[in-house]
Design a protein. Sequence first.
Length: 580
Amino acid sequence: MVKFNEEKQNQKLEELKKGEAESLTKILSQKYGLPYVNLNLNPINIEALRYVKQDEAESAKIAPFNLIGKKIQVGILSPTNPKTLEAVENLEKKGLEPELFMTSEAGLDRVWERYQDLSSSVTSSGGALDVSSEEISNFLNKTSNLESIKQLIKENLESKESYRISKILEIMLSGALALKASDVHLEPEESYIRLRYRLDGVLTDVLNFDNVTYDLLLSRLKLLSNLKLNISGQAQDGRFSIKLREKDIEIRTSILPGAYNDAVVMRILNPEAIGVPLEELGIHPKLLKVLLYEISKPNGMILTTGPTGSGKTTTLYAFLKKIHSPGIKIITIENPIEYHLPGIVQTQTDDRAKQSLSKSLRSAFQGGGDQGEGYTFSEGLRSALRQDPDIIMVGEIRDKETAEIAINASLTGHLVFSTLHTNNAAGAFPRLIDLGVNPKVITSALNVVMAQRLVRRLCVDCKKKIALEGENKKIIEKILETIKDPEYLEGLDTDSIWEPVGCEKCNHTGFKGRVGIYEAVRSTEKIEEVVEKNPSEREIEEASKEQNILNMGQDGVIKALSGLTSLDELGRVVNLFEKF
């Protein structure tokens, strides 16, 4: 008696159906003039899946199954499906070159099943790298120092997992967040790629890795940042964000062509790094008292000056947080919005439309009107801009139009905060004149100008006190002689200085965190007399001496004697021989 094996027969029937489906797909591929691929047997590169969401792939009946540089191989069920054609067009818009293959439904199903093998990070349509709180916390715990970051990256460089590129990028970014790095630098050399973090303003080597991995990593970064994959040897700028718990941390990507490959810098805009209270910035109590008085005024302008990365925006945010109250209307015009303040209307200019800050400021100041083509706001925000603001913050004054509108706003009952690129506080006055502002109204509008730099703080766990002697002693004594107010020198030990040592807590650098050094010039009658004569920086400095406010060199030396920083670190940021 022969037993009928129903399970075996069903299996054979299923295989027969699959075979017939594949045969039919082969025939259709010849009809449509497309190559055929059997995705039941073909190897799948799941890195290709990252460029199409699972629900979109299933809806469009497509399956990305391989990625070679900018070429992405895609299995499709039918070339006449409108959703399929739309999905292929979307891939082309991202700078990819889709190569289409006919495949069966079973082949599509097999590829779609591989979505579960993806890393915890996925690309959203808005260019966001979504990482779960649990996953990012895990990475942050593992990447507590440079050595652990280096080890984790090495492990993934040696891994054969198809999603290792995404893992490497996640570790790089998680390590940067754990160490509070401001930038991640990827610098191609002839035979290797160098990874560096900017920690406390100084570039620090992490490790070198191979060119093949970098090519894949570069493609991944370009896609995340909404940049064109098919363009190399040309500068590009983009952005994406990391969703960490309830915060969005923005990453600004800059690509610059180099001798061997494109170099990449990822700037990390972490809200935690910028939300520092005014009292904790390192401003000397005497200057802080002056600034608190000036920001309490109902109108006028307060400028912060200094090079990129000197903490100007952090200072402006600290001012806004200090004076913000429910009875005050504050509008900011920024690019980008780096720190979100509750209760304040924050707007962002649109670089792609080349929208100027001056147009944004005029819109806020005049109460609505034409906001310019490409300047995008939600309807609620446009409505809010029509309300008369009490305080306006402009991210940067860089042209005549913005300068004139900001000055006009400060003269007509508004308090205006902004930044200007000058080397010192005195330089702001001639700079505004160069921009075309009438010298006769500058001092009437301007309350105070503050210049600043950031120096690294000595690590409190390992810094060492040494005797002050030799050339260092001569430099400090010469600078201290220029400080006429004895109140600044009270309690200072002028016979010793502090130097860095290095320990595990500071990654053996001797420094942990940064502190500001500051100088300021107030608009007084004497300054007004000088400004009307189209003065130089030196003339402004001479006229401001009677204000009894420390310059950056003096403020820095006091911080060095107090053990906040070292003299060498101060000399890296400020030229101590220039004025003393």
